[in-house]
Design a protein around this ligand. Structure first.
Ligand code: ZN
Length: 437
């Protein structure tokens, strides 16, 4: 490692206790997407304390601070602000049921720690481009009723990153670096380098409309919307055999509680669905099949069926570890020799979805995942096991990766930008998302 890398590591180590304290505070005060006011404030206060001038309230809660406004490539270090609804988790906020059972507090600490180190005058002077510390809202998909409410607040697109792209807040970003606690089962190393392919999805709201009647006295006068919805689930299950392994399809959903008493034939039922797959093509193909399943079920029962398909997230496009990530991990290992490192491979897939997938369609996204936690993500069993690996190591990875990209006149960043062909331009992306609204 060079002397500036040594300095970056030392700065983060010197502030480790402060970073862990903020991590604990954020961890126990998890907030829902687009409502992460306290988390955002903690990040903004920290950035201000260490000499930066963050913009706040981007897409309601986003926080963004730049260092080095110079010409040259810009690299955004991304942290996600939100928690996940998991009321059964022992550390969930009692009033809301939101918890950090997805480890997003670690991402926020990672960008804060990295900001602290990269804003050191000597380090900053060595950067041939701009570093952006970006706390983004709402990675976790929100329920349809919350999304409806958010529309009134001007949140149009689905997911914090998507909404920020729409608002032009990624226009000044050439490369993003993202991180997450490990998402692929069986990952045992401290660091997994590279962006694992994930599924993307569209959401569906199926409104089955029937006719109410007394369930015992005159069921023959009714049209049972619940029966139509149930048959829709069965039809969807029957088409599962047409899904191909290579597409990593997942279809799942639930019936909203519409509050009918048992003695009434329900005249309407809402079904919320997610249709996931590894490519946009497979998502679209499966989406059409699912529509047929529910439309056919409605027809069989004599109900009417209205299906609204809305924007979900795009799949993450797999990206092997770039040299900057590999070198950064080596620097960490040089400092802490027990650090273990793994690389992604073609067999890995993340069946869950993230709006980081949307970013991968328009810019290079360098990603690593980290250990320090155990138990299934989003479950009551998720636990922090190692504070260094969860709350300090990722800050070092973020900082050294960004430094590697931007040092020497940002040579590595420029090479990555030159070698990248986006699947969609920003305009094409916005057109895609608008078509699903
Ligand atoms: Zn997550």
């Amino acid at each position: 490692m060079d002397h500036l890398e040594q300095k970056i590591l030392s700065i983060i180590d010197e502030h480790a206790e402060e970073l862990k304290e903020i991590a604990t505070k954020i961890y126990y005060n998890a907030e829902r997407g687009f409502a992460e006011h306290e988390t955002a404030k903690a990040a903004a206060d920290f950035l201000r304390k260490y000499g930066m001038d963050p913009k706040e309230g981007l897409a309601l809660t986003g926080v963004k601070a730049n260092i080095n406004e110079s010409e040259g490539p810009s690299v955004a270090l991304i942290g996600e602000l939100d928690g996940i609804g998991c009321p059964a988790h022992p550390d969930a906020v009692k009033a809301t049921g939101i918890s950090h059972a997805c480890g997003h507090e670690a991402q926020m600490i990672a960008i804060m720690g990295a900001a602290l180190a990269l804003n050191d005058p000597e380090v900053k002077a060595a950067l041939g481009g701009k570093a952006i510390f970006f706390g983004v809202p709402a990675e976790e998909n929100l329920s349809a009723d919350i999304k409806e409410e958010l529309l009134k607040d001007g949140i149009v697109f689905n997911g914090g990153k998507s909404e920020l792209i729409r608002r032009g807040e990624f226009d000044d970003v050439d490369i993003s670096i993202t991180s997450h606690v490990h998402m692929v089962g069986g990952t045992t190393a401290d660091l997994l380098l590279g962006n694992v392919a994930s599924t993307g999805f569209v959401s569906k709201s199926v409104h089955m409309k029937g006719k109410a009647a007394h369930a015992a006295a005159a069921p023959h006068d009714g049209v049972n919307a619940l029966n139509a919805a149930t048959l829709g689930f069965s039809a969807m299950a029957m088409i599962r055999e047409t899904f191909q392994e290579k597409d990593a399809v997942r279809v799942h959903g639930q019936i909203r509680d519409d509050g009918f008493p048992c003695q009434t034939i329900p005249d309407h039922v809402h079904v919320d669905l997610m249709v996931r797959a590894k490519t946009l093509e497979a998502i679209n193909k499966t989406s059409a099949k699912v529509d047929r399943a529910y439309e056919g079920a409605a027809h069989a029962i004599g109900a009417d069926c209205e299906i609204v398909t809305t924007q979900g997230y795009l799949p993450v496009i797999q990206r092997y570890a770039d040299q900057a990530l590999i070198d950064a991990a080596d620097v960490l290992k040089e400092q802490v020799p027990e650090t273990t490192i793994q690389h992604i491979n073609d067999d890995m897939i993340n069946f869950a979805s993230t709006d980081a997938g949307d970013l991968t369609h328009i810019m290079p996204v360098l990603n690593f995942t980290f250990g320090g936690a155990e138990g299934a993500l989003h479950s009551k069993d998720y636990r922090i096991t190692d504070e260094y690996k969860l709350h300090i190591m990722p800050a070092k990875m973020m900082a050294i990766t960004a430094y590697r990209l931007l040092k020497d006149g940002a040579a590595e960043a420029k090479a990555i930008i030159d070698g990248f062909t986006p699947v969609m331009t920003k305009e094409e992306y916005i057109a895609y998302a608008e078509a699903l609204h």
